[in-house]
Design a protein around this ligand. Sequence first.
Ligand SMILES: Cc1cc2nc3c(=O)[nH]c(=O)nc-3n(C[C@H](O)[C@H](O)[C@H](O)COP(=O)(O)O)c2cc1C
Length: 260
Amino acid sequence: MKTEFLGKTLSGPFTVPSGIVTTAVPIIQYMFDHMPQIGVITTKSVGPVPREGNREPVYSQYSPGNFVNAVGLTNPGALVAAEAMAKLRIPEDRFLLVSIFGGSLEEFVEVAKIMAPVADGLELNLSCPHAKGYGMAMGQDPEMVRAITAAVKAVVDIPVVPKLTPNTPNIGEIALAAAAGGADGICAINTVGPGYTASHGHPVLSNGAGGMSGKGVLPIALKCVREIREVTDLPILVAGASAVPPTPENLSMPAHPLSA
Ligand SMILES: Cc1cc2nc3c(=O)[nH]c(=O)nc-3n(C[C@H](O)[C@H](O)[C@H](O)COP(=O)(O)O)c2cc1C
């Protein structure tokens, strides 16, 4: 099933979102080579400097198909990540969306410049709910979303896709801000929460709380996608518990089949 997406004709309509299985270049290459259903692969988020992230446990299934995670934006830093991703052989009919994050507008711009040469597009992680000072704090502020999107757009000539948090009273307002900043598409949603899980009186995650994903967040993802679609015609890349049927009114790309 051919799908048009941001200037490419893709071999399939599915997408793998950032972070879950796209943590290493050989895994991404394997998907490119063997899984034509997956048109868009989004990398684990890359920041300006290496980050170890949180100590394990960082990921837990608290009920069937439902997860909390607090990985903590583990990544090797933009320079090392770009060198590794430069070795990828991206088929003509696949799209490599490189997810980036920063603690400030300037850091987003710095990482964007380093990663753009190895990417088909950049996803802006404005929505991580469990790494203090990153992601969600910025993604809840429409003016910050507009400004970061515009600043990244000004330094790259590939599509830019802000990824929005569901943890906001009005995601439509945030989507409009992204569009005003020149976004080429929107990704929705990042994890919900954070939430807390415990076992025998102890927190399961080393971080205590973590972002929620999987089946339970599907209704929130669908609500967000509907609210975004009400305010913009931009393509929407969907994460938030797989198995979302691709109907015209709820999305332009169905959710990925692999994470939940
Ligand atoms: C283990 C794990 C790591 C993740 N890492 C990232 C990340 O680095 N950047 C990002 O934008 N989202 C990250 N996410 C969020 C996912 O991309 C996705 O938005 C979220 O899991 C909701 O989709 P799902 O319910 O279909 O899994 C991560 C999620 C999980 C479970």
